[in-house]
Design a protein around this ligand. Structure first.
Ligand SMILES: [Zn+2]
Length: 105
């Protein structure tokens, strides 16, 4: 599981992956969730590409929650995947490569 805590970059515990399957066999479609002991639960969705955002949630695969980070309200954390040029995003990549999952903080 490449997801780390988007606040402290710490390893997540109690990690879960829910495989949602797909209409074609080569489509990867998964929900990933994990808990930072300090910052709570986070989750994201992988649909054959690295995720664009990681969301704070109230429980695994649960509803979004609002977080205050450094005095600022945060609803989601953008990943490094967003920062790649469009041409590179169109390439076929390993959606689980950890560097794409890095958040910007
Ligand atoms: Zn944390």
């Amino acid at each position: 599981m490449p997801m780390r805590c988007p606040v402290c970059d710490g390893a997540l515990v109690e990690t879960l992956v829910r495989d949602l399957g797909g209409v074609t066999s080569d489509l990867v479609w998964q929900l990933h969730a994990g808990r930072c002991p300090e910052h709570g639960w986070f989750q994201t969705e992988v649909i054959s590409r690295p995720p664009r955002e990681i969301f704070p949630v109230n429980k695994p695969f649960g509803a979004a929650r609002r977080m205050i980070v450094d005095g600022v309200e945060v609803f989601s954390f953008s990943t490094a995947w967003n920062d790649l040029p469009a041409a590179e995003q169109r390439r076929r990549v390993d959606p689980f490569e950890a560097r794409y999952w890095q958040t910007r903080r």
